[in-house]
Design a protein around this ligand. Structure first.
Ligand code: HAM
Length: 439
């Protein structure tokens, strides 16, 4: 990772080259993925996407920047995300735009704008891509990070909440992760929330809290319950919890979600103090946490949002969704020592020895690619030794070694780079031979 102003992705100082041209580094707090590690990133992202795809969630590809007001309203004016972390700027037409700090507001905007909710409910969509938050960078916390998200909008059904949670769980399992925990709570609804908020504010108002925390009691009292400082924790230990003050409808919904999770064999830990950094949540709210990640332990999170569609000018429809942090899931894989991805760039590597052999191997490579085999060649007229070194480095299972004399005899050397076994194969049949050996 590159994390400072002065180091480049390779860790080298961005001094310059022999002709004095300045060298640039990636922006501070931005993680980059380059080969061979990018194979792991791609695998994680694809695996998480595939889990949503299998449940019928269709792709939405949305803008990376939106009208600033969409996030201010959608995410919540008093959240850290909106007050401190947004990359906001005026474009050349003097419109205030913001690099998306999260995915849900944009999805809801798109659902409304394209009338997706008029064509059958629920609307089920998934997305993957970068998000931007101006946070203090540290391990697992970046200013540009990647999420895979999914949203189901328009049907208020506990089974759908369970589906969304199960999809995230399925993605983690498919990667081989086992050590994470699902934390679950209910944040209630428009009926029980206002009364609970007042109750909590009354309770917290009587405690000897510092001024900044008292101010938070006024703006978002729920967040005070999630304060990590031991003295504040001790003070609020007996504060009333929303889970004990749910409306009958929210309670029923919550019980049903838990029932579905039990049926699905998905373990969860009820955490009545779970607080999320975004304001739109109601009812089911959850986070997946991984112990191998230090302070930034949330590998994914989400929940139900009853009021967001109408808040953003659409019909009054419920929604439920999640966002999974791809960078953090990758860290979790490393922490658990699971690596289900292959770092092999190709399956076959061709080493031509001589001009005529090169012409022929270029053709064989094209044919193999057409047959679905991943192939690379040694370019630049390099020696046999250099070519074989490149073959090993590519991760290929087989090397094809072709000299001009082989060519005259219509054969090619086929080396299994795992076992070291060598064969001579007819050039005319080598494509079929490799397809068979690789299947
Ligand atoms: P979120 O919890 O703010 O939720 O972000 C989703 C995930 O992104 C987190 O669980 C975490 O893994 C990852 N993440 C967040 N911030 C960073 C960061 N600075 N660096 C690296 N990873 C990070 C949302 O954004 C909601 N839109 C999820 C949702 C969808 N809720 C309902 N539908």
């Amino acid at each position: 990772m590159t994390d400072g102003d002065t180091t480049s992705a390779s860790g080298a100082a961005p001094s310059g080259n022999a002709s004095g041209a300045r060298r640039f580094a990636a922006p501070k707090g931005v993680l980059e993925y380059v080969p061979p590690d990018s194979a792991a990133f791609e695998h994680v992202s694809r695996t998480l996407v595939a889990a949503a795809d299998r449940a019928g969630y269709g792709l939405v590809e949305l803008p990376v920047f939106e009208d600033t007001q969409l996030f201010a309203r959608g995410v919540g004016e008093s959240t850290d995300v909106v007050t401190k972390e947004m990359y906001t700027f005026a474009d050349r037409g003097d419109r205030s735009v913001t690099l998306r700090p999260e995915g849900t507001a944009g999805v809801v905007r798109a659902v409304i704008e394209h009338g997706l909710d008029k064509a059958g409910l629920p609307v089920k969509v998934r997305y993957a891509g970068p998000l931007f938050r101006y946070e203090r960078p540290q391990a697992g916390r970046y200013r540009q990070f990647y999420t895979v998200g999914a949203e189901a909008i328009g049907v208020d059904d506990p089974a759908l909440d369970a589906e969304v949670i199960a999809m995230a769980d399925e993605g983690f399992r498919a990667l081989g992760l086992r050590d994470y925990t699902l934390e679950l709570t209910s944040l209630g609804d428009a009926e029980c929330r206002p009364a609970y908020r007042e109750l909590l504010q009354d309770y917290l108002g009587k405690l000897p809290l510092d001024d900044a925390t008292k101010a938070r009691v006024e703006i978002n009292p729920l967040r005070v319950l999630d304060d990590k400082r031991p003295d504040v924790r001790a003070l609020v230990a007996d504060a009333p919890l929303l889970l004990d003050h749910l409306s009958a409808a929210s309670q029923e919904h919550h019980v049903a979600v838990k029932q579905h999770l039990d049926d699905l064999g998905i373990a969860y830990k009820e955490n009545p103090r779970l607080v999320r950094g975004l304001d739109y949540y109601t009812k089911t709210t959850f986070e997946f946490v991984h112990p191998g990640l230090g302070a930034q332990s949330a590998i994914g999170g989400g929940g139900h949002y009853d009021g967001l569609m109408s808040l953003l000018g659409g019909d009054d429809l419920a929604g439920i969704g999640y966002g999974i942090g791809v960078d953090r899931v990758l860290l979790a894989c490393r922490a658990e020592g699971v690596a289900p991805w292959s770092t092999a760039r190709v399956e076959v590597f061709g080493v031509p020895l001589g001009e005529a052999a090169r012409r022929r191997l270029v053709l064989v490579a094209a044919e193999l690619r057409r047959a679905g085999v991943r192939v690379d060649l040694a370019y630049g007229g390099r020696s046999m030794k250099a070519g074989m070194k490149s073959a090993d480095r590519s991760g290929a299972r087989f090397a094809l070694v072709l000299g001009d004399r082989d060519l005259e005899g219509g054969t090619v050397g086929l080396k299994d780079l795992g076992s070291g076994a060598q064969d001579t194969v007819a050039l005319d049949t080598v494509v079929a031979e490799l397809v068979t050996r690789l299947s």
